[in-house]
Design a protein around this ligand. Structure first.
Ligand SMILES: Cc1cc2nc3c(=O)[nH]c(=O)nc-3n(C[C@H](O)[C@H](O)[C@H](O)COP(=O)(O)OP(=O)(O)OC[C@H]3O[C@@H](n4cnc5c(N)ncnc54)[C@H](O)[C@@H]3O)c2cc1C
Length: 658
């Protein structure tokens, strides 16, 4: 191997290793911020794939909406409306025992849906292109990682050295294990455009060569066998279960009545099956495989499993109904491992995301969602640190916020998977009833968590709330949570309809929170027809215009760091836009002032009631660029707001003289 210094060397801000969901979401976030240099590499070069992850929960779709491509998802995805439970009767024959809603009602604008990972990666790539972000460089793999510890706290230092090897076509194209049907026995990437194919061919032309990239931050999005994780000496905690699951994506031919509804089927003697209807009239079957041949060492060679094996197992479970297919799109077989890594970062310079730091069974449809959300949590923080808008200390919140989410998911997955895979004892009706009842109850209890809506980040420099940790007096709480009982610190802000004061158009509030890197100052102005309240609002606006306000202290060279959104409690027709002084309203901008009032055409959002805000006195809410709530206070609490911002934002050199 060449010594690092003899190789072609370049410097960038961020290198992303791995272009699955976590890597692409990281790339998308970083591409949203101007002026950052980013490279994203992946070891694969391969043809279009199908299959892999399929479930998209409500929160993920809210995030897609904030990046502007949720409409594309809605056009193709199969919504998940209903879940049916099938179980054996006293004679061992399966029957539908109950049905329920497949998700929590009214918690997110977006219902859970199913769409294969290839589409999602395509949409992410298109959104990156729109923002002129970097293309994925395929057929490249790091083989040396060094971090210079003496440089890790330096503002503009490049403490990370990565040696990259360009792979040959043979090395980078995943084997399909001799199967003609696409399968997930190995991971492959998807090229959807000829440009990507050309680029892959160019990369292959460099096969065997090496280069050095020096970077400020390194994101290990390199999947469950993460090389980056191993290089930084981080272990996975947890265990591998003995259950082997087969997955079949097929166009089914069957008389089973619930084939277009998501359902679980527990058979009396042949294991269990989950049915997930998909886009394009496909159906995914998750099947517990039993009676598999083991090697001498007791392990099962998954590469020997065929779609026919998986179908046979499904047929046994679904009897007396019949099941065949006329087309198989993809299949895989996997063993459930429920693991989370001990750390998510080294020096807050090298980070691991997605499957690189947590693995679990895919039956709850969480793998891709949680991986995307890891990247959504971290991307804006790194960007703002690189732009000198935030101190490096905010980066510690990535592990603090995301690791508990993975731990909770793994706890849920352990329970859900073992109940799903649980053996029903012959003739033990009590045990059988108990297991199935617990299974159903677990499903009901987990609806909110699974939808990704209830994720709540702990107190930190980015979330101003009381710590529930014993003896943790580190955070001085400045927020007044009683002012907005429907808004929770550390949770994403829910969305309700409000009307634009200027043109009476009805908006979902979340549509005013695009992922563009801005913090939001959401001002609930209360009653603008109450003169005393109007004075309070004017005083707050005066503060914002003053030289030492947060707007002027944390001024930004590109788009303003704070986006100001005002919602008053109406009535709309008794209030004029001119009642709102700058900077609440800016001349020739008509998208900043909203009202909680009835629309001519759309349903009433009842926003003040739903947000739990007093319709006379209002309040102020500070929202992070990823839509999570940081701080809540009164219109007069400007000193508290400033104190909070001092902990998580940095003055730009140009604004320090103000
Ligand atoms: C075979 C398989 C089947 C799955 N089936 C399902 C399913 O049915 N349902 C479900 O919900 N989830 C499923 N998952 C899980 C889901 O796909 C993952 O949770 C999700 O893709 C995680 O995203 P990620 O970006 O973290 O990792 P991945 O999607 O695994 O992406 C990692 C990327 O890193 C690249 N890479 C790896 N090592 C290196 C390296 N050293 N250098 C450069 N590049 C590297 C890989 O080529 C890959 O493109 C499956 C995963 C696998 C691997």
């Amino acid at each position: 191997m060449d010594h690092p210094t003899q190789l072609p060397t370049s410097e960038v801000d961020v290198v992303i290793v791995g272009a699955g969901p976590a890597g692409l979401m990281s790339n998308l976030w970083l591409s949203t911020f101007k002026g950052l240099s980013v490279r994203i590499i992946d070891k694969r070069t391969a043809t279009v794939y199908a299959g892999q992850a399929d479930g998209l929960v409500g929160r993920t779709q809210e995030v897609f909406n904030s990046f502007g491509f949720e409409e594309r998802v809605l056009k193709i995805a199969q919504p998940m409306a209903e879940f049916s439970f099938w179980e054996p009767d006293r004679n061992g024959q399966i029957f539908r025992s109950s049905r329920t809603a497949d998700g929590p009602p009214n918690m997110s604008r977006f219902q859970g849906a199913v769409l294969h990972q290839g589409y999602i990666e395509r949409f992410l790539k298109d959104a990156i292109k729109e923002r002129e972000g970097p293309d994925v460089e395929y057929g490249m793999q790091p083989d040396l990682l060094q971090v210079d510890e003496s440089m890790v706290e330096g503002d503009d230092s490049h403490p990370i050295t990565l040696r990259i090897r360009h792979l040959s076509e043979q090395e980078s194209a995943p084997s399909q294990f001799g199967h003609t049907i696409a399968n997930g026995l190995f991971r492959s990437t998807n090229f959807s455009t000829s440009e990507e194919e050309d680029q892959a061919i160019n990369t292959i032309a460099k096969a065997g060569t090496q280069e050095i990239i020096k970077c400020k931050y390194l994101l290990g999005c390199d999947g469950a066998h993460s090389w980056i994780r191993r290089q930084i000496g981080v272990n996975m905690e947890g265990d591998q279960t003995d259950f082997i699951w087969g997955v079949l994506d097929i166009h089914p031919l069957t008389d089973f009545p619930d084939i277009r509804s998501r359902c679980s089927i527990h058979s009396a003697r042949s294991g269990s099956l989950m049915v997930v209807p998909r886009e394009n009239e496909l159906v995914r079957l998750y099947i517990q495989l039993e009676d598999l041949e083991r090697n001498m060492d007791g392990r099962i060679d998954r590469s020997k499993i065929t779609p026919e094996d998986i179908l046979r197992a499904a047929q046994k479970i679904i009897t007396p109904y019949t099941l065949q297919y006329d087309y198989c799109d993809w299949f895989t077989a996997y063993q459930i491992g429920q693991r989370v890594s001990t750390r998510y970062t080294k020096f807050d310079r090298v980070f691991i995301l997605g499957d690189a730091c947590h693995t679990h069974s895919p039956k709850a449809g969480q793998g891709m969602n949680v991986s995307l959300m890891d990247a959504y949590n971290l991307g804006w923080k790194i960007a703002q640190v690189l732009q000198h808008k935030a101190p490096r200390s905010i980066l510690a919140t990535y592990e603090a916020e995301r690791r508990p989410v993975a731990q909770e998911l793994i706890e849920f997955d352990r329970k859900w998977s073992s109940l799903f895979s649980g053996k029903l004892e012959p003739n033990d009706n009590q045990a059988e009833d108990g297991l199935l009842e617990e299974f159903k109850q677990t499903f009901e209890d987990a609806k909110l968590f699974v939808a990704g809506i209830t994720v709540t980040y702990a107190p930190s420099v980015l979330v101003d709330k009381t710590s529930h940790q014993k003896n943790d007096h580190s955070t001085k709480v400045l927020s007044k949570t009683d002012l907005a009982k429907g808004i929770h610190l550390g949770m994403r802000i829910p969305s309700y309809r409000v009307l634009n004061q200027a043109d009476a158009r009805s908006w979902h509030l979340q549509d005013r929170l695009p992922s563009n890197g801005q913090w939001r100052l959401l001002i609930f102005a209360g009653s603008m027809i109450d003169l005393a309240q109007r004075e309070r609002v004017l005083a707050f606006a005066d503060y914002l215009l003053s030289p030492l306000s947060i707007l002027n202290t944390y001024a930004s060279e590109d788009i303003p760091l704070f986006d100001i959104i005002t919602v008053h409690s109406g009535p709309r027709t008794e209030v004029e836009l001119s009642h709102f002084p700058p900077p609440l309203r800016k001349m020739s901008e008509y998208n900043n002032v909203f009202v909680d009032d009835h629309s001519y055409l759309e349903p009433f959002g009842d926003a003040y009631k739903n947000y739990g805000v007093d319709s006379i006195r209002g309040c102020v809410v500070l929202i992070r660029p990823d839509q999570y709530v940081s701080w809540i206070g009164d219109l007069e609490d400007t000193d508290k707001l400033e104190t909070f911002c001092r902990g998580c934002l940095r003055r730009l050199p140009s604004s320090s003289s103000l």
